[in-house]
Write a protein that binds this ligand. Structure first.
Ligand code: KE4
Length: 429
């Protein structure tokens, strides 16, 4: 692709923004090259500042599940903006949004809006600590729950992409309360629980991991965590920032049939506007201020524009459940096509998928945890990324990310993706 304007804009951006980006994963640092500057997007396509078109498999890292510039959302935001953009006082819209979410997801009695997935996850951990009176929590290597200090221990997403093991500024004191073990390793969880008996407030899990590529839970893994939490008075937190409203209307709780005590949301819930949320059992949520003493707050929490965007999208998903089958069918079609061309190439690969979360790993063994993802041929992935970008296909710029399917993708887009992959493999053979 010829992208002179993006190149110029990136040089300019670096004069005023650290690394020229407002979030590290956008910088193409691991795949190399210059990030593409997007001018607009519509449906399944991104258009860069040089007018090049790309099939979008990032979709803003998940939110754009119905594709870009979905008209009902755009119109709702435009209409609401005329009533001002924020009040700092309660609105009926926030209640309608909360009621809609509670009607879609299982096992959530109360929900609090925030402005990002990070805020949702850090609030959930604080709440679990305040509710149990215990300090430690378990997270899984390669899972990413946002950039709050306590999560930046063996995290996925950008930290895995840039191989950042410990983050300067995260104190030893904070990190000491964050226990980690391999995803899908129930024995390791049991060991940590026995070694820290009575000290663990929570286990936080990406119920389908998406920040080390897509890694589904092994059969019985989530169920095993539920059992441990019941036995040990530990709060089970499902981080559904990525899986929520994507894997099913009721998210991973519905898809896996496992109940969490607290659930966090983001991405789809805001339809591309800044929204996160955390919710769960009334007996736990009632510890949140102003009901209880676990303080949590936000100037723009429940922002009316963000609420009307999220409400409009979620209502569409609720009223049109066939969308989930369409997403499933499109992703299965892509999976099958990629599998066929990869199989024919003789190049080692693994495709992991749950619902419309999918990732390709150039690995000669199953990818069931972060260590597996890290030992794949990620240099080959980086070459794959650039081949696809030049073919007008924008994959997540890291082997440690899941691909996000939007329902705006048509078969021609999927066929083009499969064909471009076949052409890449021919070059690699
Ligand atoms: P935000 O604070 O970025 O809204 O959400 C943090 C978060 C929490 N939990 C999960 C499971 C997540 O995937 C995320 C954010 N995901 C990354 C992409 N893997 C966001 C992209 C970025 O950092 O720019």
């Amino acid at each position: 692709m010829n992208t002179p304007t993006s190149n110029t804009l990136f040089l300019r951006a670096q004069q005023s923004i650290p690394g020229g980006v407002n979030s590290p994963v956008r910088a193409f640092k691991s795949v190399g090259g210059t990030p593409i500057f997007i001018k607009r997007a519509e449906g399944a396509y991104l258009y860069d500042e040089d007018g090049n078109r790309y099939i979008d498999y990032i979709n803003s890292w998940g939110p754009m599940i119905l594709g870009h510039a979905y008209q009902p959302v755009v119109e709702a935001i435009c209409q609401r903006a005329a009533f001002s953009t924020s009040y700092g006082a309660p609105t009926a819209l926030e209640t309608e949004m909360a009621e809609l979410i509670l009607s879609m997801v299982p096992n959530v009695d109360l929900i609090r809006m925030v402005s990002s997935g990070t805020e949702a996850c850090m609030s959930a951990i604080r709440l679990a600590r305040g509710y149990t009176g215990k300090n430690k929590f378990i997270k899984f290597e390669g899972c990413y729950h946002g950039h709050a200090d306590c999560f930046l221990v063996k995290a996925g997403s950008g930290l895995a992409t840039f191989n950042i093991q410990t983050v300067p500024g995260v104190t030893a004191g904070v990190a000491a309360d964050t226990l980690t073990c391999a995803y899908n390793d129930l024995d390791a969880v049991n060991q940590l629980v026995q070694q820290n008996k009575g000290e663990i407030a929570a286990i936080i899990l990406e119920p389908v991991a998406g920040n080390m590529g897509c890694i589904p839970p092994a059969p019985g893994f989530a169920e095993g965590l539920r059992k441990i939490c019941d036995e040990e008075n530990i709060v089970l937190i499902f981080d559904e920032v990525m899986t929520g409203f994507r894997l099913a209307a009721g998210g991973a709780q519905e898809r896996l049939g496992v109940k969490a005590d607290l659930v966090t949301y983001g991405k789809v819930i805001g339809a591309g506007m800044p929204v996160g949320a955390f919710g769960g059992k009334r007996e736990i949520m009632e510890h949140i201020a102003p009901l209880g003493s676990v303080y949590q707050a936000g100037t723009l929490s429940g922002n009316p524009l963000a609420m009307i965007a999220g409400y409009t999208l979620l209502k569409t998903l609720k009223d049109n459940p066939q969308i989930y089958q369409q997403l499933e069918d499109k992703t299965a079609y892509l999976h099958k096509g990629l599998d066929e061309v990869l199989q024919r190439s003789g190049i080692p690969y693994i495709i992991n998928r749950t619902g419309s979360m999918i990732s390709v790993h150039f690995s000669d063994k199953p990818v069931n945890n972060f260590a597996d993802a890290a030992t794949a041929n990620n240099e080959r992935f980086n070459r794959y990324f650039h081949h696809m970008l030049n073919a007008g296909i924008y994959l997540p710029p890291s082997a440690y990310e899941t691909w996000f399917i939007s329902n705006a993708l048509e078969q021609a887009d999927l066929d083009h993706t499969i064909k471009a992959t076949e052409e890449f493999l021919a070059k690699e053979a």
